[in-house]
Design a binder for this molecule. Sequence first.
Ligand code: GLN
Length: 628
Amino acid sequence: MPASSDDTPAIDILAQAGNISGAEREFYSPMPDGYKPGNHKYVAVLGTVMSGLGKGIFSSSMAKVLKDKGLRVAPIKLEGYLNIDSGTLNPYRHGEVFVLDDGTECDMDLGTYERMLDQNLTKRNFVTAGQIYSEILDRERQGVYLGRDVQMIPHVTGEVKRKLRELALRGDGSGPADVIFVEVGGTVGDYENGFYIEALRELAFEEGPGSVCFVALTYVIEPKTLGEQKSKAAQLGIKRLLESGIQPHLIACRASQPVTHKVREKIAMFSNVPMERVFSMHDRESIYTIPDELRAQGLDREILSTLGLHDRVDATAEDRARVRWATFVDGLTAERKQSVRVGILGKYAELRDAYASIDKALEHCEAAFKCDVEQVWMDTTQINNANIAERLTDLDAVIVPGGFGSRGVEGKISCVQYCRENGIPYLGICLGFQVAVIEFARNVLGINDAYSTEFDPMTNSALISELPDQKKIEGLGGTMRLGAQDVQITPGTLASFLADGHLSIHERFRHRYEVEPTYIERLEAGGLIFSGRHPDQPIMQILELPSVASVEEGVAPTEPITHPYFVGAQFHPELTSSPLRPQPMFMGLVAAALQHRYSNDDQWQKLKATPVIKRWLRTPNGQHQPTN
Ligand code: GLN
């Protein structure tokens, strides 16, 4: 449906107005150099009725379906809050802070997009109201607005359109995008996102008919007392959108049960949307089946029709993509004969959203191994040396995730010690890497007061400390080391086994403290192996204990410490795991957990011969041969 009232392409109106900002002009629609309105397509996803409907999952599933067809897609999340990024947000309130390759700290929805699309995103894919305002205020100080009073419309909306067009033109790093998926945070009617919605209305007008497809995600309630679905809330929500001057092209109804024909009819009738464009997006067992459900209901076809993209579809590419995805989904839904218990021992244990990517990374392993990974979340403030054996007794593996501050740290150190001494597979992530160093220093090297300057700036034995010089060399802003960096891998180690023999990997960091270089020699002499390092700085990035295999090979120090799987990463491996490419450190952990659970079982000989376990379990007899 065209956003303009007649068929005059909106761009002509803009051309008449001139694409400049000036005191005499009312228009302000900055376009990046080389941008041609009408050349790119947009799908805008707006939530009505309430938040928490899974807009990110829905939007990323739609983007995936189009990407599978061979189109280049780029998602963008428009956040209403005034923070410049998510870096300072409390994970208790907002869920995990997700980090992109370029160091952008953003909403965890960006993780959903990356995983669903198997595509790395950049700062261009994440916009907050804070960024927009701050850039406008900077421009205002530079005199860019030529004496004009700076207004919400057209200037703020103009900057939003600029961001969308920049993304369309440059994509997320790999060239122009065919379709931009715009997810507006919050719900239609919120104060915070009103200017985004207005900007999208203007965008549709300026780009011309067939350029922007508006999708309203709404909610159909089913009060228990009535036992039937009611459409009124959905109708009112969509009406609110119509009041903003936006006519949705498609409506997706979230609901717990399939939305009835009658309810869809009512919604269609009140919102000028034909029945075949009102979809039931009811709860499903797995979010990964949503792309296929969208195809089954023909939502992809309707988007292609709205945007005139049918002739761009590559059916062969789509078949291939669907087969790959189906392999993952089949793995996830296959009957599971084995089951392991993985403890996740952190400070935000009661809120899984705070560690959403770890949850997902383990799910990816479940599909690959076709086994159950039961996540046991524990709060380390409740753990000490006296109760540790009892608390960890049933676990087949332990993850100590990232974190900040000293609360719960002693409990984490107890966990590391227990895992190290009892051969429990261990994966330490960021803070979990640092506490592994502290534990080793205390209990193996005898440095009883080993600590981090994060927990006590005056500590006498700062095994972990803040190293401002290195930050200068790295040239990173702020005080955090953020984003993807190269990690050099030592051949012959567990890290090298996991990296399939590659000498360098690329992983995402978010930390302020690191292993104090003056202790490295002592730690290594004591038997700790730093198997991943910064290519030229003394920054330790992966640690491990000699595993059974490396001791037998004689590659690692011949200290009497051996462990089936003990590894720590200063980076966050969970951020780069995706359904189609589960992260190796997690795969190794789950393989080791299976061994921990089943090695005394009759079925173990057979089990360990399965290709996936053979690949990921490092044993003296089952050496993995690097494939390249
Ligand atoms: N607090 C630690 C640091 O800043 C670890 C950070 C993390 O776990 N993300 O270095």
